[in-house]
Design a binder for this molecule. Structure first.
Ligand code: URA
Length: 187
């Protein structure tokens, strides 16, 4: 199955009530053969309107992080979220919503087959790496899960709320790029 075929299926998803208020699903974006996959939390308003992940203020900062280490969202990474539909008023995704949505993400991971998965923010890191993973403490550390290296970093929205953490996020992205090079990144 291709990502496009999976996206077409996902567009008809009515597994939870978030489908009622969505304008668009936000399935994913980027290079379907990327070695680095990013997993954010859930679409916000701009993402719901455009159908693209990380297009608001957080997205601009995420691009700055990627660009700071020579990565580009169009070429070197694939970006997805834990949830494909926007939770009302951008509230945190509920655990049962994550449970209902995660199969889409698992299939995306299977198809993209990345070497590194970067969990962007607490919600994604705690779901994908482990309940006790603390982004504020363990950001930039790698955990091997079934042959994929997972790491967690600050969510750009958290950095926008506390700009003092920006250097830590920039450092995480340096470490991520270095690891990708070590692993023989495809470009
Ligand atoms: N925050 C996320 O976690 N994902 C998006 O796509 C946008 C904002």
């Amino acid at each position: 199955m291709t990502l496009d075929e999976l996206k077409n299926e996902c567009e008809t998803c009515r597994k939870c009530e978030l489908c009622e208020s969505r304008n668009n699903i936000v399935f994913g974006f980027g290079n379907p053969n990327a070695d680095i996959m990013l997993i954010g939390e859930a679409p916000g308003e701009n993402e719901d309107l455009s159908g693209m992940p990380f297009v608001g203020r957080s997205g601009k900062l995420l691009d700055e992080f990627l660009n700071s280490v020579g990565l580009d969202r169009n070429e070197n990474v694939y970006i997805a979220n834990m949830l494909k539909c926007r939770p009302p008023k951008n509230r945190d995704p509920k655990p049962f919503e994550q449970d209902l949505c995660i199969d889409w993400l698992k299939k995306q991971i299977e198809i993209v087959s990345p070497k590194i998965i970067v969990c962007v923010g607490r919600i994604s890191a705690q779901r994908m790496i482990g309940k006790s993973f603390k982004v504020t403490v363990q950001h930039g550390e790698f955990v091997d899960i079934d042959g994929i290296l997972y790491t967690g970093t600050y969510h750009p929205a958290a950095i926008l709320r506390n700009i003092h953490n920006k250097p830590y996020a920039l450092k995480d992205w340096k470490i991520i790029k270095q690891k990708a090079v070590e692993l023989g990144m495809r470009d």
